[in-house]
Ligand binder design. Structure first.
Ligand code: OSB
Ligand code: MG
Length: 367
């Protein structure tokens, strides 16, 4: 396949509710979409980087720059590109996994649409629908409970609360008292240190499925130490940057569960590699999210249909994030599940008129 052009398009979308985490608050999104034009047709990808380097080092202007000046030129210069070759084609560029993942997804989408194969089939999906959880940002307690009540009423199969020092035991206790049977987990986005092990152990009585990323991303030994001091299983998110690091984290005892996010891993193909490592080591995985539009969501739902994804993911319905999605076939919750698209490529149709109406800039790169 020959990539003839790469389009870098920024779109603006309001979130239906603010999303506050220990690394910042999102109220509206500034999203970088990637479209590739090839001799075999077009494909779409979504870059999950946020405006600030808070979740990880990447941020949307930086990802845009790296795509424009380093990644897209390599793909455009290659005489023949297949998604499976991208890791090699882009190999000279270190880091920047979210930028790489966006480009990989666009190339995968184009290739699979041309071949008439769905992304789920390409990745190894075995389910027709996936169990969905919801990740709830931090709010004042009364508001938090209202949001959780609403999501439980919607049918979400698991609730995740964001925590940080000073906002942990109290909200967890309140949600647990109100919803004794809901599957509940928490995500600290690296806001604690190994010295907070007692504070984290104070969450043990609330029957949480897991604690996600309590410590900084490079503190694998610290996570292993905390794991010895608490009963709740530790799940890693930010720390899991490759299949190799996943092997290391599991071997060190730093995690019992893994959150798989393609953007953090440089693409969906590496995400499948992490899934393989975890299945081989008996580690359950679930699909993380980064507030994606229907483009990234379609890919996440396909990934979450692989057999090792045995826990509900942060793959919520389109309307949990946006009043109107960028695809004509938004994701709708059905009995706590989303249906895996079966059409070629991503299996969703980008709503070009709507995308045009929310576009803030477009840049087209050619040879
Ligand atoms: O840490 O899992 C995270 C959103 C943005 C950045 C990081 C994270 C999240 C979420 C929300 O928790 C997941 C989603 O609903 O997309
Ligand atoms: Mg997380």
């Amino acid at each position: 396949m020959k990539v003839e052009a790469v389009e870098l398009r920024r779109v603006a979308l309001e979130l239906v509710a603010p999303f506050r985490t220990s690394f910042g608050t999102q109220t509206a999104r500034d999203i970088l979409l990637v479209r590739v034009v090839t001799n075999r047709g077009e494909g779409w990808g979504e870059c999950v980087a946020f405006p600030d380097p808070g979740y990880s080092e990447e941020y949307v202007d930086g990802a845009h720059h790296v795509l424009r000046d380093f990644l897209a030129p390599r793909v455009i210069a290659a005489s023949d590109v297949r998604a499976a070759d991208l890791a090699r084609v882009l190999g000279g560029v270190t880091g920047n996994p979210m930028a790489k993942a966006a480009l990989e997804l666009a190339v995968l989408d184009a290739e699979l649409r041309a071949d008439g194969v769905s992304l789920g089939t390409r990745l190894g999906a075995e389910r027709r629908a996936v169990d969905c959880g919801v990740s709830v940002g931090m709010f004042p307690l009364a508001e938090l409970l209202d949001h959780v009540d609403g999501y439980v009423a919607d049918g979400y199969r698991r609730v995740k609360l964001k925590i940080e020092p000073g906002f942990d035991v109290e909200p967890v206790r309140a949600v647990r008292e109100r919803h004794p049977d809901v599957r509940l987990q928490v995500d600290a986005n690296a806001a604690y240190t190994v010295a907070d092990a007692d504070r984290l152990a104070a969450l043990d009585p609330f029957d949480l499925l897991l604690i996600e990323q309590p410590l900084p991303s490079d503190d694998l030994l610290g996570h292993a130490e905390v794991a010895r001091q608490i009963r709740t299983p530790i799940c890693l998110d930010e720390s899991i940057t490759s299949a190799r690091v996943t092997e290391l984290a599991i071997t060190l005892g730093a995690c019992a569960i893994v959150n798989i996010k393609a953007g953090r891993l440089g693409g969906y193909l590496e995400a499948v590699g992490v899934h393989e490592v975890c299945v081989a080591r008996g580690i359950p995985v679930w699909c993380g999210g980064m507030l994606e539009t229907g483009i990234g969501r379609a890919a996440n739902v396909a990934l979450a249909a692989l057999p090792g994804f045995t826990l509900p993911g942060d793959t919520s319905a389109s309307d949990r994030y946006y009043a109107r999605d960028v695809v004509s076939d938004p994701f709708v919750l059905d009995d706590g599940r989303l249906t895996v698209p079966t059409g070629p490529g991503l299996g969703v149709t980008v709503d070009l008129d709507f995308v045009e109406s929310i576009t803030t800039s477009v840049e087209i790169l050619r040879p």
